[in-house]
Design a protein around this ligand. Structure first.
Ligand code: PRP
Length: 211
């Protein structure tokens, strides 16, 4: 029986780029390149099986061993602190976690700062470090609306091109941390499939170094 390496890819552009890197490393799976709504693809000859997963769920699949490897943003690793091995910075999907708000915003010193975000743990840790008292408003998307509608004073969110902020008349105040995509491994898989996993990791590293 083929001992597959199971790889969770984040649905979307980042996952497609990651698949291309894996393909360049020899782990192609022709079926995944055909348009379809399928979520699992395997190539028994190469010993790989891919799953398309919601980006924020990749670390869950890897942590619980449903996938041996996964591609995930550092934002997810910082927010959820999953018990996985971070094997490689893929140097793609690069963006920043930042504090942003209206252009004329002034911090209401002495009052609780209302912060809207999809990342409550990153936000709390950041403001703990500044000894700033905050009220976190946990949203699931379109975070930029919050300061515009005065739901919050500021937001903590991902900024990639800056277009979303610009088109909504918002600006960055502080950069919190740079973000990029990481290759992660399940802890037990890394022990039992170490040779195959390290072969994949080292091949991806060579591609990262040559870009
Ligand atoms: C993310 C993020 C920002 C936007 C930043 O949102 O939350 O809204 O991308 O990208 P930009 O700087 O290139 O404009 P996403 O597309 O994940 O949608 P969401 O509103 O559902 O969070």
């Amino acid at each position: 029986m083929t001992d597959f390496i199971n790889i969770a890819l984040p649905k979307g552009r980042l996952g497609e780029k990651a698949y291309q890197m894996l393909k360049n490393s020899g782990y192609d799976c022709p079926e995944i390149e055909q348009p379809s709504r399928k979520l699992i693809f395997e190539n028994p000859e190469k010993g790989v099986r891919y799953f398309w997963v919601k980006p924020s769920d990749v670390a869950i699949y890897v942590e619980r061993g449903a996938a041996d490897l996964g591609i995930v943003g550092k934002d997810i690793l910082l927010e959820y602190q999953p018990d996985v091995y971070e094997l490689l910075d893929l140097n793609m999907g690069k963006c920043h976690m930042a504090v942003a708000g209206k252009k004329d915003f002034r911090d209401p010193v002495g009052r609780t700062l209302k912060v809207a975000t999809k990342f409550p743990n990153i936000t709390q840790t950041y403001y703990n470090g500044k000894c700033r008292d905050i009220d976190i408003i946990h949203l699931n998307g379109s975070i930029e609306l919050a300061p515009i509608l005065e739901l919050s004073h500021v937001i903590v969110d991902i900024v990639e091109t800056g277009t979303t902020l610009k088109e909504n008349d918002l600006v960055v105040y502080e950069r919190i941390v740079p973000i990029s995509a990481r290759l992660i491994a399940n802890v037990a898989s890394y022990q039992f499939k170490s040779e195959a996993i390290n072969t994949i990791r080292n091949s991806l590293e060579k591609q990262v170094e040559s870009t």
